[in-house]
Write a protein that binds this ligand. Structure first.
Ligand SMILES: [Zn+2]
Length: 302
């Protein structure tokens, strides 16, 4: 499932190729591609010019230059389990006549697997297809309204670790007063966003903290260490283009990330811990697998 580094890698690709681009047409190809909460169908975005692609946690959204619109319209996206954005250049056209039909024929000939929506975008004299693919159909697109710089329907999502709005002192104070465990806190998108199962396990290993340790029993210093570990893991993963552990994640050019080569515990049960050479184990927690080094991450600290 894409987490912050994968979504950020996708965002960087979208930003690089699409800023300044005008949406020529936008076609929904599957009923689940559009969220029930969408303010309008996707074709409402035709003729909009993309001015920014932003991200908070695992959500990303497109902003538009739209001087005459009464609402500040945005397109909010969640990749779910397997959502992908791909950008593919369209062949040059001798005339604009029939270009939509020809472009859609070109798209059909690509035989893309699991396409859910496709937009034609014109940018600086070139044209491309923006394709949203999603094998498992948990991802979605939603036309939404920007309120104070954020899509209205994601106002319940907490800032992520790179967000200027993330208040570390306030966060630590709240989680130390909670009844939650360390890993559950990291996964709670209402407290801190962007971290899923892979990067929670990696961060806890790096900070030498047991995933089931009660948040209230960790000192403020241990929490600062854990957040710093998470920041470092996420930064390294972004540099590596994300983790393509289940091979469903690719960037806008269809390339996999290579952070799975740097994973220390996730998916590595029965291999040696890089720190102490004891075997990594896997336990069930919060209905998921947690991977840890039972020696480095002792529940009771010595
Ligand atoms: Zn170890």
């Amino acid at each position: 499932m894409p987490e912050l580094p994968e979504v950020e890698s996708v965002r960087l690709g979208l930003e690089k190729h699409l800023i300044g681009g005008q949406i020529l047409s936008f076609h929904q190809l599957h009923p689940r591609a559009l969220s029930d909460l969408s303010l309008t169908p996707l074709h409402h975005l035709e003729n909009f010019t993309i001015s920014a692609v932003k991200r908070r946690g695992k959500y990303l959204w497109f902003e538009f230059a739209q001087p005459e619109s009464p609402l500040d319209i945005t397109l909010l996206c969640h990749l779910g389990m397997s959502g992908q954005f791909r950008i593919i250049s369209l062949p040059e056209m001798s005339s604009r006549k029939d270009s939509e039909a020809k472009d859609l024929q070109f798209f059909g000939d690509l035989n893309v697997k699991h396409p859910r929506a496709v937009a034609r975008v014109s940018n600086k004299g070139t044209r491309s297809l923006l394709i949203f693919n999603d094998q498992r159909t948990f991802g979605w697109l939603r036309v939404d309204q920007l309120v104070d710089g954020y899509p209205q329907s994601m106002s319940h999502i907490a800032p992520d670790l790179f967000d200027p709005d993330f208040n570390e002192a306030e966060f630590i104070k709240k989680v130390r007063a909670s009844k939650s465990e360390a890993k559950r806190v990291l996964l709670d998108q209402h407290r801190i966003s962007g971290i899923g199962n892979i990067y929670a396990d990696e961060s806890l290993w790096r900070a030498k903290i047991h995933p089931m340790k009660p948040a209230s029993q960790l000192s403020s210093n241990q929490w600062r260490t854990l957040l710093q570990a998470a920041r470092e893991v996420l930064e390294k993963a972004i540099s590596a283009g994300g983790t393509s552990f289940d091979s469903l994640y690719v960037n806008v050019n269809g390339e996999s990330g290579y952070f799975e080569n740097s994973l220390q515990v996730y998916g590595r049960e029965n291999t040696e811990c890089a720190r102490c050479a004891r075997l990594i184990t896997r336990i069930k927690f919060t209905n998921r697998s947690s991977h840890l080094c039972p020696h480095c991450q002792r529940y009771q600290q010595a």
